[in-house]
Design a protein around this ligand. Structure first.
Ligand code: FRU
Length: 493
């Protein structure tokens, strides 16, 4: 279905209640609804926004177009959590109801200031001639949960030298000063990040570009994030327009980081190469915050722009990833699922045994919603295979090639497939031989953490409810595995 401009920019407030109730019902009836992932009640979810610990709870917002599975008029939807495992829906937080955000309350971040949570985001305005003007705006969430918006933007339009692709402020506080990184496009249509600073969050001044060694790396960088972690500076960003190369950059847009050292006087960063945060099919626009104990937590959008998903037909699309704890160990970024997810674990089954050329079904192991830890205790195979969500016709296949240390996730036979996606598999080469896989399987997704967070592969799959089996086999030779499987209870409201 083609959406007209009027349909895309229709507001939730002007939409008839009965029609909205019908959307709620249609969405709830989808066989692909997730059980322990944040997903929209209707319509389309994209970037996580405003992620912060405030007033004794975690607040995680997301980009939301309520009225269908398209990128239309964006709101901020609000979820809250005590533990980062179970989230409750808390309704709309920011409405695109001023001139400055008339065409969308776009992505932004949250920062706690005294007893408020400041939400700093991009107001997307279009003129009558459909010219885009990005405004950086502030909304304030008070302790009682109410949200008020500042009347005027803190930054009007793009800075000189940059196009109207100027958005997604991420704010932090350091040395008595607030800083913001904003995703930008130079006039020569290359992507970059700019830095602003402010003493009071109200009056902001342009500092400079954040200068990296990537001076010509895609046409736009979305959703930047900067933080210090274990003594290193980490810069996350989402470059658009990078060509695929060997196993890299197969998705339409990329999401990754550079590690190094950022000079806060010149905003020059010395750093290593850009590394993708995730090696699956569906991951974009992540955002981080600190948890109450000071751990750096990341959540991503489990989806990508400009891609058709099977649930579009049901009027909704996408979910967020499970939260991950970031650390830097031996100069490498690791991502592990937040430990609180263990609270969702129910019944456990364990088994040890050999996988050989013969395809074996792990009986009674099966399901559509579980955590599966596979320890690779002894691997003499050339290549081994683990298949999940197996039915007579379906299978989602994970292959490990020992000589190449290469893990491949193949969803050719997973069931319904998203449209506009290059290829049916994604691969990553590990630094160390594969010793462990920790997999989180929900109704329509898999998140695979390899070697205790060395690499992650996140992917939506749209398999039928009968596709429950788990199978193992090898190309030749044998592998000794230990399997630990936990039932996971639902964590949605
Ligand atoms: C990234 C993005 C952001 C923008 C938002 C709009 O997915 O394009 O740059 O703020 O989505 O929903």
């Amino acid at each position: 279905m083609e959406w007209t401009r009027e349909e895309r920019y229709q507001s939730l407030e002007s939409y008839p209640k009965v029609a909205y109730d019908a959307l709620l019902e249609q969405t709830a009836a989808s066989p692909y609804r997730q059980n322990f992932h944040i997903q929209p009640p209707t319509g389309l979810l994209n970037d996580p926004n405003g992620f912060a610990y405030f007033n004794g709870q975690y607040h995680l917002f997301y980009q939301w177009f309520p009225l269908g599975p398209v990128h239309g008029l964006k709101y901020w939807y609000h979820t809250v959590s005590d533990d980062l495992a179970t989230f409750k829906n808390a309704g709309v937080a920011i409405r695109p109801d001023t001139e400055y955000d008339s065409h969308g309350a776009y992505s932004g971040s949250g920062i706690v200031v005294e007893d408020t949570l400041k939400l700093i985001y991009t107001g997307n305005h279009r003129t009558e001639d459909w010219e885009r003007i990005p405004y950086q705006m502030v909304a304030t969430m008070h302790k009682d949960g109410t949200i008020t918006k500042d009347e005027t933007p803190i930054i009007n339009g793009p800075h000189a030298g940059f196009t109207d692709h100027f958005r997604d402020p991420k704010v932090w506080y350091e040395n008595d000063c607030y800083y913001a990184v904003i995703g930008a496009q130079r006039f020569d249509e290359t992507g970059t990040i700019v830095v602003y600073q402010s003493e009071d969050l109200k009056s902001w001044s342009f500092v400079s570009e954040l200068k990296t060694e990537y001076t010509d790396f895609g046409y736009m960088w979305e959703c930047p994030d900067y933080f210090e972690l274990n003594g290193k500076d980490v810069l996350l960003f989402c470059p658009q327009g990078i060509d695929k190369y060997e196993d890299k950059y197969w998705n339409i847009y990329q999401s990754g980081y550079v590690l190094g050292s950022l000079n806060k006087a010149t905003f020059e960063m010395t750093h290593g190469e850009f590394i993708e945060l995730d090696h699956g099919f569906d991951f974009y626009a992540p955002q981080t915050t600190l948890d109450k104990d000071g751990n750096r937590i990341l959540v991503g959008w489990m989806g990508l722009p400009d891609t058709g998903y099977p649930t579009d037909k049901e009027g909704w699309a996408h979910c967020l990833t499970i939260p991950r704890v970031l650390t830097i160990e031996d100069d490498k970024l690791r991502q592990r699922p937040v430990p609180s997810l263990q609270s969702l674990r129910g019944e456990v089954e364990t088994a040890e045994g050999y996988a050989t050329k013969k395809n074996i079904k792990l009986h009674p192991y099966e399901g559509t919603q579980y955590e599966l830890i596979v320890d690779v205790l002894d691997n003499d195979s050339t290549e081994f295979y683990i298949e999940l969500r197996v039915s007579k016709k379906e299978s989602t296949m994970i292959t490990y090639n020992k000589a190449e240390r290469r893990v491949t996730l193949d969803r050719f036979d997973s069931g319904l497939l998203p449209e506009g996606v290059d290829g049916y598999s994604r691969s990553v080469v590990l630094d160390e031989a594969l010793t462990q896989m920790q997999m989180f399987v929900d109704t329509s997704s898999i998140e695979i953490f390899l070697n205790d967070g060395e690499k992650v592969m996140t992917t939506r799959i749209f398999s039928s409810p009968e596709a429950k089996g788990i199978r193992t086999s090898t190309e030749s030779g044998q592998v000794y595995f230990k399997f630990t499987k936990y039932e996971l209870r639902g964590a949605n409201e």
